[in-house]
Ligand binder design. Structure first.
Ligand code: 475
Length: 819
């Protein structure tokens, strides 16, 4: 697929030119980082041509646009991915070799743009890849955080957060577009002026402070189709000069205030996953990027359309969770105050343009803003939400006359709080969950009243992942093997992987498949030795849990089980035990004390187990520092066992589960999130399922919880392990270090319910499932078949399928091809 632009010689020349222009150096003198910059610019040059072509085509075809509004885009490195999607990876690799460089090393120079926390942000990135690849006109809209998610260092077993200054050396793939800047207004008050000409009141915000939003565009390269979409992230800049003559001349204090307001808005990504912190700065971030994005979208629409009533035919604003829900009110503001529409007209347009995706049912993640904070920062927006709320309550009263309970549960403003989920549901035409089970729980539990009122708004879109990054780029050995067997159609049509099923019992195919797994394990073992100083045996079972650290994901259950296994091996040294390497990777939110303590526990257990000569290396525990997109690709490729062990009902979907499956790892997991659909695709016999069902968990929860003490009292294995948390076994004799974890399971002190995440209830079932894993792994051919079938049955979980469903059922976009 060698594009004209990628003639090798020309490319080499361009890299040399760039090194000269940027650094006044020859390539022999340049550092690897400088080569990365030069190579990236050469690649960007090619991309820009396609970017222009795409824009031309969009202007010509005038397709419907989806704006994917998200506080997070966890993009990961761009260079390798862009080369993959340009179908120029191998050519550039060769060109660089001829210049004396290794593309892998050059790729490693790129900072890993971490403008997201975990699942929600990475999903946004996969969606952009699929949208461009399928030929749909889409813009990602977000924030250009100067510091992405912190880098994690492990010191003495504890997590230490280090700032991620990803823009330090300049980021070659972004394009600053000051000509498209937008003004965003905060604070002040709303003046109502009667306009005799129209007979209406005009609402004017006065005494406000404003910030200039400057867009930076990043290219989103479609696979082999010349389409390049745009991720537009906004940065904040002060408008001091402008403000100095707008207000009393020389009002220096005001100018400085505006400067300060602008300074910190885009400083840093809030490091909470599945958690709401209620900070004023976060609210500022939300309005900042939404106001800029919606203003830009409306301006763009008006350039080529005369009637804003047609907006829903040409635009959808997809809200990635409730964080961008301000969209509903901001769009109303523009239509009412700037376009002079009536409330009814504006509402009709808004409610047919906005759509909302729910990503979590965790109560602590629900956004509820205090009205004092909200109304002070955004007086006009608040006023509009009050009116939306007033009319919405009227609608509830009409539907359920006299039912105050309904109003209490569903109102948008209640108890002094603005409930963003309620606004998103009332203000949009679609509400979707991210896996079948999750959507059912939304309808039956969390959003039951809304589902009753608007059944037609609710729909499911099971998540997916992009195979271009997580197989083609991340696992080149397996990607080549798959292509050798079924051709390369899977790259854009993952369902074709099912053609691999005929090889499930083929001895040669099984051996090749497991040999590739082995080589990927060697690659990871080398990384672990370099980064952790721990030697692991690539012939042992690689059992992996990588994801954000959260109690509901139950990394704690995993490490307690490791402690249990260690006890078993120590008590019965003669016992048959297949060597196992337990690999963890997880960042904990900086303020999440118990999650950070769990990281310490994992590292403490690792210390003891890895240094115990008496167990002959049967058991190893590795905590991989700074888990992120770039090392994730390598980790998925090397996994035998995929740990997906959340408390049933808590994990909305999971997407790591899909990345493991695609790479031929076998799932041990609960019937939660998308695990349910994974098992449906691959078959019960090719996964290890255990534990309480979501119905059972929800039942306990609705009836006051359960009693973990019974397990402590009746099960000596569990009791032993728990006692080791408070008898110094893993803390050099310190009885207190892990006491909080012990207490969280047994509730000896706090008034919270004990073991909220049912770890003790599921522990024995988990241990038993792990036993089944071990037995299955000993059967080499049996395991190879399972692993191969996991890859072969993973076709459903491509984000291409997910996006096509969004297009067919929510967005109704037009497909574009570049002529
Ligand atoms: C779910 N993040 C996964 C994934 O749908 C699911 C970020 C900021 C503030 C509050 N919360 C967040 C999430 O809620 C989140 O990442 N949710 C995740 O979305 C994609 O696969 O199960 O936990």
């Amino acid at each position: 697929m060698l594009d004209n632009h990628f003639k090798k010689e020309e490319f080499k020349k361009s890299v040399k030119e760039n090194v000269k222009m940027l650094y006044r150096k020859t390539i022999e003198e340049a550092s690897q980082e400088q080569i990365f910059q030069a190579v990236s610019l050469a690649v960007k040059d090619v991309i820009i041509d396609n970017w222009l072509l795409t824009q031309k085509q969009y202007e010509k075809d005038d397709p419907k646009i989806v704006y994917y509004l998200s506080m997070e885009f966890l993009m990961g490195r761009a260079l390798g991915n862009n080369l993959i999607n340009l179908c120029a990876y191998n050519e550039v690799k060769e060109a660089l070799e001829e210049l004396g460089f290794d593309l892998n090393v050059i790729e490693d120079q790129e900072p890993d743009p971490a403008l997201g926390n975990g699942g929600l942000g990475r999903l946004a990135a996969c969606f952009l890849d699929s949208l461009a690849t399928l030929g749909y006109c889409a813009y990602g809209c977000g924030i250009r955080y100067h510091y992405g998610l912190f880098k994690q260092k492990i010191e003495n077993g504890f997590q230490v957060e280090v700032p991620d200054n990803w823009l330090k050396d300049g980021y070659p793939f972004e394009l600053r577009r000051p000509e498209y800047a937008k003004e965003v207004k905060f604070g002040g008050y709303v003046k109502v002026e009667y306009d005799p000409a129209t007979g209406r009141n005009n609402f004017v915000q006065e005494g406000y402070q404003s910030v200039l939003a400057i867009p930076y565009d990043m290219p989103i390269v479609g696979y082999n189709n010349k389409i390049v979409n745009t991720l537009r992230i906004w940065d904040a800049q002060a408008i001091s000069e402008f403000q100095l003559d707008l207000f009393d001349k020389g009002d220096y204090r005001k100018a400085v205030e505006q400067e300060n307001l602008a300074k910190n808005i885009c400083d840093v990504l809030y490091p909470n996953d599945n958690h709401y912190a209620g900070k004023e700065l976060r609210l500022k971030q939300q309005y900042f990027f939404i106001s800029a994005s919606i203003q830009a979208a409306i301006e763009k629409f008006k350039k080529s359309h005369s009637d804003l009533h047609d907006l829903p035919k040409k635009v959808t604003f997809q809200l990635n969770d409730t964080h961008p829900t301000m969209t509903v009110a901001e769009l109303m503001r523009i239509l009412l105050d700037e376009e002079g529409m009536t409330w009814e007209e504006a509402w009709e347009i808004t409610t047919h343009t906005c759509a909302y995706t729910n990503h979590t049912i965790m109560a602590e993640a629900l956004e509820k803003w205090p009205i004092e904070l909200f109304s002070k920062l955004l007086p006009r927006i608040y006023q509009i939400i009050e009116e939306i709320n007033r009319r919405f309550i009227q609608e509830i009263n009409n539907k359920y006359p006299g039912n105050q309970e309904k109003v209490r549960k569903m109102a948008i403003i209640y108890d002094g709080q603005v409930k963003m989920a309620h606004l998103a549901i009332a203000g949009g035409y679609s509400v979707n969950g991210v896996a079948r089970l999750h959507t059912e729980i939304l309808k039956k539990q969390e959003l039951k009243d809304f589902y009753e009122m608007y059944p037609d708004k609710f729909n499911n879109k099971t998540n997916g992942i992009t195979q271009r990054r997580f197989l083609l780029h991340g696992n080149p050995l397996l990607a080549d093997w798959v292509t050798d067997h079924i051709g390369d159609g899977w790259v854009t049509d993952l369902a074709q992987l099912s053609k691999l099923k005929v090889y499930a019992d083929d001895k040669k195919a099984q051996q090749e498949f497991m040999n590739i797994k082995y080589q990927n394990k060697v690659r990871l073992a080398k990384y672990i030795l370099e980064h952790n100083g721990i030697e692991v045996d690539p012939r042992s079972i690689f059992d992996v849990q990588v994801k954000r650290l959260h109690e509901y994901k139950r990394q704690l259950m995993n490490i307690l089980h490791v402690m249990y296994l260690y006890n078993q091996i120590k008590e019965h040294p003669e016992m048959d035990f297949y060597p196992r390497t337990f690999i963890f990777g997880a960042k904990a939110a900086a303020g999440y004390v118990r999650a950070k303590l769990t990281i310490k526990l994992i590292n403490a257990v690792a210390d003891v187990v890895n240094n115990d000569r008496s167990i002959n290396g049967k058991l190893k525990v590795v905590f991989i520092e700074n888990y992120r997109v770039s090392n994730a690709e390598m980790i998925f490729a090397a996994a035998d066992v995929s740990e997906q062990i959340s408390t049933a009902s808590k994990e909305a979907s999971g997407t790591g589960n899909m990345k493991f499956m695609l790479n031929g790892a076998v799932t041990i997991g609960t019937m939660d999130g998308a695990n349910v659909e994974i098992v449906e695709e691959v078959g019960q016999e090719n996964a290890f399922i255990f534990g309480l069902s979501s119905d059972e968990v929800i039942n306990y929860e609705n009836n006051g919880g359960y009693n973990p003490m019974q397990y402590f009292n009746n099960d000596p294995d569990i009791r032993n392990v728990l006692m080791q948390l408070i008898n110094g076994t893993y803390s050099n004799g310190d009885f207190e270090l892990f006491r909080d974890i012990y207490d969280s399971l047994l509730n000896t002190k706090s008034s919270d319910r004990a073991d909220t995440y049912f770890i003790l209830a599921d522990f024995k079932a988990y241990a038993e499932a792990q036993k089944r894993v071990e037995e299955a792994y000993k059967d080499e051919a049996g395991w190879a078949k399972k692993a191969l079938l996991n890859t072969a049955c993973s076709g459903k979980f491509t984000s291409d399928r997910t996006i096509q469903q969004y297009v067919d059922e929510i967005w109704h976009l037009d497909k574009v091809t570049i002529e």
